[in-house]
Design a protein around this ligand. Structure first.
Ligand code: VG1
Ligand code: CO
Length: 541
């Protein structure tokens, strides 16, 4: 039986950088989730016979939300829903499953944001290519959600998300699949598992921190079972609804257990962590941190060492605030390097058109044409494959890279929980100065250009404006400012700073990197401290 439930529209259901993210209690309001799901399903307009993939990162509300989505899918005429067992799917694994022939997928996650009753929840739609729906789609969903007067939900026989196999539910076939196996099989086709297995068998010590988020079962299967790493290689490997109270964001601040071990005595050779939904990665060597921008550049430079990319790269792409380290690699390889706005959805068209093979973001995200999401464990395996072939440590590989391509020093300051008005006033103040900045000297550097980044997609011609304020200096240094599109409380201002240096290996890792000297200029131009009242950033990455 199908019920048509009256709902009052919600005006705040506009997806941001990666789906709709709100505080959990917002999603628990009556009709809130249903309203958005109806708008999504209306816009996706799946036909009978087409498949919808559904899964999430296991955070609080994941299972209930999936139950609701299955009932609504049935009521909206969808005939086949594929769900990861327990309602679990990492974001890259969901992308892969969608690409196996589904028309689209719904992913439940607020990614690196904390979970639980007081944490965040999120939902997004991926299209048949496996990638996040483009802005044109999400804008239409937001408009629908703000105008909806009812949604449809079916009463179904009881179903079990923990039971593998097919469950007929009237006109809907619910198929529960193992969340890991197809993804693990895909990884085996991309990388030289034999070489990595030999590396590990030879005593190379790996530690992987799943941060009590989705990658635990994936990492145990791939690293411990298929690659023979000792039991216990994966720590915090059980997904928990509140991520054990932690902040599942793999960086030097939020993964202290892993960082302390890798920077301590008797440190393992290799450390890595992933985020809530498994699409981010942090790579550490013994007492050595690889910045995400450097990681993308190193992987691009070494891609032909890996089976999947042995015939070379068609091109690469990075989000605008990501450091230009990969640009230097592309220039040397003679391949195009695209600069896109922040968010993985902007890579989709380039990947689909075969213009790029690898892409990445400074926010601990790296990926390739194997799926249409960034992929945390993929990056880990890529690194292990490169280490196995080169027979060098992570630090040696990165230092050799700097020596060959030069080094881009990079840092990002985040100011979180800023009142929206104050954040907007910082951006407005910067925008107002754009015409007069070029030609000025700031902190000993000449401003070459200043603009608000606008992107025209080379494949479909769509334009995305106001994607971040850029100050470009004559010596290739940059300062970038933008507001986050994933936060749920007030606004977050991100300030990105970058400079290139020929002095690549003289600095010790403990020394203050020269890029920190740019912060004074960055904060003064933005008048950030007096406008926000924040003397210190909340997080530095
Ligand atoms: C942040 C990152 C961006 C990333 C996005 C989603 O967005 O900066 O690079 O694509 O999160 O990542 P924003 O708008 O807050 O800067 V995930 O792992 O949260 O899906
Ligand atoms: Co994520």
């Amino acid at each position: 039986m199908i019920t048509v439930v009256p709902t009052s529209p919600f005006a705040d259901q506009r997806p941001g950088t990666s789906g709709l993210r709100k505080r959990t209690p917002v999603f628990q309001q009556p009709h809130y989730l249903e309203n958005f799901v109806q708008a999504l399903l209306d816009e996706a307009a799946l036909q009978p016979g087409q498949t919808l993939v559904v899964g999430g990162d296991g955070r609080f509300l994941n299972r209930e939300a999936i139950g609701t989505i299955v009932r609504m899918a049935a009521a909206n005429g969808i005939t086949h829903v594929v769900v990861g067992r327990g309602g679990l799917l990492s974001t890259p694994a969901a992308s892969h499953l969608i690409r196996q022939g589904a028309a689209g997928g719904i992913i439940l996650s607020a990614s690196h944001n904390p979970g639980g009753p007081d944490g965040d929840f999120g939902i997004k739609y991926n299209t048949g290519n496996g990638g996040p729906a483009p802005e044109s789609f999400t804008n239409r969903v937001a408009e629908r959600a703000a105008a909806l007067t009812s949604y449809r939900v079916a009463e179904l026989p009881a179903f079990d998300l923990d039971k593998l196999g097919e469950q007929p539910l009237g006109s809907l076939k619910l198929e529960v699949v193992d969340p890991v196996s197809a993804y693990a099989a895909l990884m085996e086709t991309l990388f030289d598992f034999g070489a990595i297995r030999a590396l590990i068998a030879g005593g190379f010590r790996v530690r992987f921190d799943a941060m009590h988020a989705i990658t635990g079962p994936y990492a145990v299967e791939i690293l411990e079972r298929r690659l023979g790493a000792p039991k216990g290689t994966v720590i915090n490997g059980t997904p928990l609804p509140d991520f054990g109270g932690g902040h599942p964001d793999p960086n030097l601040t939020y993964a202290p257990e892993l960082v302390n071990e890798l920077f301590g005595d008797n440190a393992p050779d290799f450390g890595a962590a992933s985020d809530g939904d498994g699409d981010r990665n942090m790579i550490l060597g013994q007492r050595f941190f690889v910045t995400p921008s450097d990681s993308l550049a190193v992987l691009a430079a070494n891609a032909t060492l890996v089976p999947a990319y042995k015939s070379g790269l068609a091109g690469v792409a990075r989000s605008m605030p990501t450091s230009m380290a990969v640009d230097a690699v592309a220039a040397k390889l003679g391949i195009p390097c695209y600069e896109t706005p922040t968010g993985w959805k902007f890579f989709g068209n380039l990947l689909d058109a075969g213009r790029i093979t690898l892409c990445g973001e400074e926010s601990f995200g790296t990926g390739s044409n194997h799926v249409r999401e960034k992929d945390g464990l993929w990056a880990v395996l890529f690194w292990l494959n490169v280490v196995a072939v080169r027979g060098e440590s992570v630090e040696q590989i990165v230092r050799a890279h700097w020596a060959e391509y030069g080094r881009n020093y990079y840092t990002r300051y985040d100011y979180e929980g800023v009142p929206t008005e104050a954040a907007n006033s910082v951006m407005a103040h910067l925008r107002a100065q754009l015409p007069e900045l070029p030609g000025k000297e700031l902190g000993g550097r000449m401003v070459k250009a200043a603009d608000d980044f606008s992107y025209t997609d080379p494949i479909d011609g769509s334009v995305s404006a106001k994607q971040g304020i850029r100050l470009l200096f004559e010596d290739e240094a940059r300062i970038v400012y933008r507001l986050s599109g994933t936060g749920t409380e007030g606004a977050t201002i991100r300030v990105y700073m970058e400079m290139r240096s020929a002095e690549v290996n003289s600095l010790r890792t403990t020394e203050d990197p020269p890029v920190n000297g740019m912060a004074t200029v960055a904060l003064t131009i933005a008048d950030l401290v007096s406008k926000t009242g924040m003397r210190q950033p909340t997080v530095i990455t």
